[in-house]
Design a protein around this ligand. Structure first.
Ligand code: SF4
Length: 385
């Protein structure tokens, strides 16, 4: 059976963080029971379409999945197991906001089948958490981590953000030290993007905007410190202990099929990319409408748009996503997948990237150089058809 990854979007948040432009909504928690019912409906709609796949990973992302009660998490996972063929030991990740969990919640989530926890810590400094509009404190982040360990989570990721307004290199070093002191299995580091229209972007005067050169120094420092501690830098923004790479996200970077459930969730299946209606209310309404007498069931009423991915586009996307990996793009595997000769596939782009010292070829892999990792987009756009 071919492998499939399942992404389940939980779009609810206690408050909207000031930098966030994800598909997430504060103040709609009363909708959660209806939303969970809609997710159950949607899962059932896919039963036939994905019967030739085996689900290897499940990822509950958001938004804030930890706003669900553990019974709802169990219900969603139970429905996935009842509907799809799920591997015996799937990786099941749940994103948790440290301000929303306690030990009992984490124990119940673990019992429901969650095997990997991703904690949105973002910073270990009070001032930056307030600047970002996060609802949790640094003490809660540390406490959530300890509770997760006590709840027998042995696979925990910490998310951190660097390149914050007025952040110094020393402050970033102290965040990395604080993260390492907890001994997580996985660390994801993201550079702050000031998305137009977010309160943080609107409020910051030009002189307070993060300096890209300093952000590059922070990234280099992260590579040094995490490398010294034995972390494997396996993707541009991700570091893992041995055997702890995120299998779910590797599906994306290998450009393999995944099915997204929930409001605004994206999928890549049978050569199509498609996305569900983004608003939770619209998503619930569409799934209800499909079963209401007289309207007549459309097959996938929750899907808002779909686009066929042509062969050229698929090849370009596979190259771009593969280049994000630490080991780089496996040229022989790429050539085999698309029926090309390894020496011919993207020959012009490979040469150009090497001349620009953005990438290098090592042992049959095309991989970004340290400079290329900082200027990833310069490398990626060369592959677009
Ligand atoms: S918790 Fe995450 S998804 Fe929710 S508002 Fe904050 S950044 Fe956005």
């Amino acid at each position: 059976m071919a492998s499939l990854s399942l992404y389940i979007h939980i779009p609810f948040c206690r408050a909207k963080c000031l930098y966030c432009n994800f598909n997430s909504y504060p103040g709609l928690e009363a909708l959660i029971p209806d939303y969970v019912s809609a997710l159950i409906e949607e899962t059932g709609l896919w039963a036939v379409e994905v019967r030739s796949y085996q689900v290897q990973t499940i990822y509950l992302g958001g938004g804030t999945p930890s706003l669900l009660n553990p019974g709802e998490v169990a219900q969603i996972l139970g429905q996935a197991r009842a509907t799809f063929s799920v591997a015996t030991e799937p990786e099941v990740t749940l994103e948790a906001n440290p301000g929303t969990v306690d030990q009992a919640w984490l124990e119940a989530a673990r019992k429901a089948g969650v095997s990997r926890l991703s904690l949105g810590v973002q910073s270990f400094q009070h001032g930056f958490l307030r600047l970002l509009g996060r609802i949790h404190t640094t003490a809660q982040a540390r406490q959530a981590f300890r509770w997760a360990r006590q709840a027998s989570f042995d696979n925990i990721n910490l998310d951190l953000i660097y390149g914050l307004p007025h952040q110094t290199l020393l402050q970033w070093r102290s965040d990395l030290e604080a993260a390492l002191a907890l001994s997580p299995e996985h660390i994801s580091l993201y550079c702050l993007t000031l998305e137009p229209g977010t309160p943080l972007a609107d409020a910051l005067p030009p002189q307070a905007r993060p300096d890209p050169d300093l952000a590059a120094e922070m990234y280099a420092l992260s590579e040094d410190m995490l490398g010294t501690e034995g972390f494997d830098h396996y993707e541009i923004s991700n570091w893992a202990r041995e055997g702890r790479r995120c299998r779910h996200n590797l599906t994306y970077w290998h450009n393999l099929p995944y099915l997204g459930l929930g409001a605004g969730a994206h999928s890549y299946l049978h050569g199509y990319r498609f996305a569900n209606a983004a608003s939770p209310q619209d998503y619930i309404r569409r799934l209800r409408a499909s079963f209401r007498k007289g309207i007549g069931p459309r097959r996938f009423p929750q899907v808002a748009w779909a686009r066929r991915v042509g062969r050229q586009r698929e090849m370009a996307e596979t190259a771009i996503l593969g280049l994000r990996l630490g080991e780089g793009l496996n040229l022989a595997a790429l050539a085999q997948r698309f029926g090309r000769r390894p020496e011919r596939i993207f020959a012009r782009q490979r040469q150009e990237l090497q001349e620009l010292e953005l990438a290098e070829e090592v042992g049959g892999y095309l991989r970004l150089t340290p400079r290329g990792r900082l200027l990833g987009n310069q490398a990626f756009l060369r592959f677009l058809p």
